[in-house]
Design a protein around this ligand. Sequence first.
Ligand code: GLU
Length: 298
Amino acid sequence: MTKPVFRFAPSPNGRLHLGHAYSALLNANFARRFGGRFLLRIEDIDITRCRPEFEAAIYDDLAWLGLVWEKPVRRQSEHFADYRAAFLRLKGRGVVYPCFCTRKDIAQTIACLEAEGGQDWPRDPDGAPLYPGTCRAILPDGAESRIAAGEPHAWRLDKAAVRRLLPGPHAFRRLDRDGREEAVTADPWRWGDAVIVRKEIPTSYHLSVVMDDALQGVTHVVRGQDLEAATDLHVLLQGLLELPTPLYHHHGLVLDPTGDKLAKSRQSRPLAELRVEGVTPQVIWQRLGFEPQPTPST
Ligand code: GLU
């Protein structure tokens, strides 16, 4: 039997905090428990927000925590060709269309639709309004000439076209904290015509994560509950790209003392800061509910 493969996949756009430490330790712990492999993946597709110093700090923080991961580390920014190939596959299946709308165009269309309909326009699980479908109506010839003229565009999944190909029901298997499996129904349609290739970069989080998990043979995706809803879309992409669907475990988030989710944007305390103050990795493990492990000898 092949070994289970786990991965921790941070984005180097800020310093790691306790929430990241929890996710990394949980993955490493599961890998140890299941006799599996533990990978680290750097999710740096957003080249404007990711910085080399944050990436270097990820390696320092994780090594300080006592984690050991396989080398070489996969850095998404070195694999745009893989995501392009996946996108071309989706294009070949006729399930994507180019979208030339700016954020402002979309906001204006939705404001009109809300005014006309007298009710709020539906939102996706992240709270963003579902795309109203404006560019779906553009004929292929027109779209091609706008692309040829260099007009900036994203690519969206055509929900209706996907539904014809893969009507569902869609499902995946979830792993609970004790390692038990259960079937879960996925509802990818609640994401509407999701962006699959962003305007400013040649991929998206959803497309890259699905491709990388498959290319790296990841069998168990262990990540925060904030990404649970995204799994529905990931399962759909796996279906469209004929990739295996891993098992999923979405862990609870580490909250700050006010009960809010820790977020880099809210300046929650970076691990490096705790380290400088003399907090030990053992204290972090205990605080996060893990049995302290002996520090690996180097
Ligand atoms: N790169 C994502 C983040 O830092 C995690 C992606 C994943 O685990 O699927 O939130």
